[in-house]
Design a protein around this ligand. Sequence first.
Ligand SMILES: [Zn+2]
Length: 477
Amino acid sequence: MKKKFFISTAIDYPSYFPHLGHALEKIQADVLTRYKRSQGFEVHFSIGTDEHGLKMEKSAKKANKDLKEFVDEMSDNFKNLSKVLNISNNDFIRTTEKRHKNVVLKIFKKIYKNGDIYKGRYSGLYCVDCESYYLQKDLVNNKCPIHKKGVEEINEETYFFRMSKYQKKISEHIKKNKNFITPQSRRNEILNRLKDPLQDISISRKTVKWGIPLPIDNSFTLFVWIDALINYLTTIDYPNSRFQDFWPADIHVIGKDIVWHHSIIWGSLLLSVGLSLPKKIFSHGFITIEGEKMSKSLDNAVNPFELVKKYGVDPVRYFLLREFSSTEDGDFNIGRLEERYNSDLANGLGNLVSRVLTLSAKSAVILNDSEESDNGLSKEIKSTQEKYHQAMEEIKFNEALESVWQLIGVCDEYIEKNKPWELAKNNPEKFNSIINDLLVTIKEIANLLEPFMPETSEKILKQIKENKKGETLFPRL
Ligand SMILES: [Zn+2]
């Protein structure tokens, strides 16, 4: 039986058009997925949309559309984004689906039975865009620190989840498992927040109709966040055999603003149900555009669809993972993308493949994988593989790519040093052996790049197999 690996992104809230931040998260998770598959794992990779809640009600009203129609249309934008980005997810889950409602009800009943839900009264400050409560001290100039918008004062009856009960267990788990929250900076933030007593959280809303009704009291709907987090169980068909195979999740890939929800709220819910915690909560940074945060509700977003149309899917995937650290914020700049396209892709990878295939096609060298090279490239391949795999295990995509580009540089030097075009006539044996070394190396480069640039990798492998130079991989801009 194949080893199992369950990876998810956060499900997106489709009240707004997808932006580059959504693209980054899908691409990161897709690269990990393809990498794990190449390592022999059976991977379940889920993405989807989080479709309930007050913000959705309000957005549909603003767009003057029927709520269900609006949600379907907006969810499709995210589905299309994953297609355009060549994301290899197994499932696209929508929280308005019946299968999800069924799982939510099962989970809710377990938590209720366990005595972890009670009725009370909540008063607090609520940001509709975040679908989250804030304390007065969290606000900046009396406004939501993320959206810079006013918050609503809410005072209503509600059901609470006894999150406080799980503080000790969760704290211990985070302390014991150093990589449970990655990177360490996010882990430290959570540990700091856990120094204060954990509050029980309100998990129902009386005024919001667009949600899953509580099975114990139909005049309430379930708070959208609780509903959303349970998607990770729905996608693997809780509590059936696929769930048995794939839980606990190996990694939730999420934005740095929702680490708390995934480690503490989700963690407590799982403990209440009696399930293991996910193995890793991995948080990426935010992409800014000329220094401004790109948020769902801010208008400065660069449109990922247009970027792919203009530059192609693989260059966009490459740029987002090469330019920025996996876990830190990065500032997006179209000039940088074009620079990297020309230098790394057109002049670097594309040019190397074209040179090698031109030479090999001319003299009909057929790739011989088994031949051990004594010209030094095999050592270089091995050292690249080591760096690459270590970086991939540590989820440092930019370092993995850097190691591959070092190898591309080594190949260029190898060609300059050996001048195969001169050898072709006067030393055909040496010529053949050098071209073979290069073919073996670019084949390995194509394999290492498959998780990042699947189409490009396939094109390179096809050219090698047919021993024929194909169309230019990356025409210069
Ligand atoms: Zn907000």
